[in-house]
Design a protein around this ligand. Structure first.
Ligand code: UFG
Length: 336
């Protein structure tokens, strides 16, 4: 990807910022567009050029495409909270689907042909079998997943009509942080399991709630495929290289292919932080499938992707290094 310039909408968010860091480390020129509604300027490396604005603003996007010669887009700009998407689906259709529509029209207008974008395991809904493969039925059980599936479909039609090529990356449970703890996960409010567990040893919460203990899993708690954010970041680079070298549009799962239950993640976190983490059993969280585990054979075979940080201990160590050194997230997070 030498001498290529990549536009990264949503590049100041969690997975976006880790991907921008990986692009910068690989010497790729990066132009980040973010409205900073959920992202943080502090998460960006000095090499990244930054434009603050909203992808739903076509004039703004046109001005960026005019100033920068863009070769490809890695698109992260979207809302991603399942619960919020059920309470306010129109907010999700507006930002995720309408925002992507405006972005695609700007790409078409400016002759930019390649896009890699964030999709999710939530497009599958309740899986029929484990591990989940890309050809399995897509029946989202929440509005967030429905908007991501609609984005995938919109890409497919645009690829046919305008000669775009796209890769959709369906992440399973993104977690961990860049080595060294300079950037990491910071959501406001936080809803994800690992950051919430680590708030206990950080003195920010007395205990973790376990949402449901009567699932059909080995210990009754939900089982998930936790994938290190730096492994996800690497997949975006490989996917963009694949498109730039003529690869055809496609959809890929990204996970380790191994599931851990909520209780197992808590036990692993206790071992990493070296203290007991009190847990309380609570009712099921509506909409949670019992198990989500990816088959990522396709990403391995076609993109040459290989997770390098797949141990749950390593994931928790990296997450802990970030949360311990940034108990209130980024500076702007702390000011809120
Ligand atoms: N959980 C708890 N206690 C908590 C928080 C979470 O027990 O305080 C449980 C959840 O019920 C779930 C597991 O921990 O079983 C993981 O929950 P997360 O909220 O961390 O992640 P999800 O699996 O719900 O969400 C992930 C992605 C979403 C995606 C979804 C697909 O973060 O973007 O998978 O279902 F939509």
């Amino acid at each position: 990807m030498d001498k290529k310039r990549i536009l990264v909408p949503g590049g100041a968010g969690y997975i976006g910022a880790h991907t921008v860091a990986a692009l910068a480390a690989a010497g790729v020129e990066t132009v980040v567009v973010d409205n900073l509604s959920t992202g943080f300027l502090e998460a960006l490396p000095p090499e990244a050029r930054f434009y603050q604005g909203d992808i739903r603003d076509k004039d703004f996007l046109d001005s960026v495409f005019e100033k920068e010669r863009i070769h490809g887009v890695i698109h992260f700009a979207a809302f991603s909270q399942v619960g919020e998407s059920m309470a306010d689906p129109l907010k999700y259709y507006d930002n995720n689907l309408h925002g992507t529509r405006v972005l695609l029209s700007a790409m078409v207008d400016h002759g930019v042909k390649h896009i890699v974008f964030s999709s999710t395991a939530a497009v599958y809904g309740e899986p029929r079998h484990i591990p989940i493969q890309e050809g399995d039925p897509t029946e989202p059980t929440n509005a967030y997943g429905a908007t991501k599936l609609a984005m995938e479909n919109m890409m497919a039609w645009c690829a046919r009509a305008y000669g775009l090529s796209y890769v959709s990356l369906r992440y399973f449970n993104a977690c961990g942080a860049q080595k060294g703890g300079a950037i990491g996960e910071a959501h406001n409010p936080e809803t994800h399991l690992i950051p919430l567990i680590l708030q206990v040893p950080n003195g920010q919460r007395s205990h973790i709630c376990i949402f449901g203990t009567d699932y059909p899993t080995r210990d009754g708690t939900c089982l998930r495929d936790y994938i290190h954010v730096m492994d996800l970041a690497q997949a975006h680079l490989l996917a963009m290289e694949y498109l730039l070298s003529g690869g055809k549009s496609d959809v890929f799962n990204l996970g380790n292919g191994v599931g851990f239950t909520v209780k197992e993640v808590i036990a692993a976190a206790e071992a990493v932080v070296g203290q007991k983490i009190p847990a309380q059993e609570a009712p099921r969280r509506p909409g949670d499938p019992a198990q989500l585990v990816a088959s990522s054979q396709k990403a391995r075979a076609i993109l040459g992707w290989e997770p390098h940080h797949s141990g749950i201990e390593e994931i928790l160590q990296d997450a802990w290094a970030w949360h311990r050194s940034h108990p209130r997230g980024y500076q702007s997070c702390a000011r809120r």
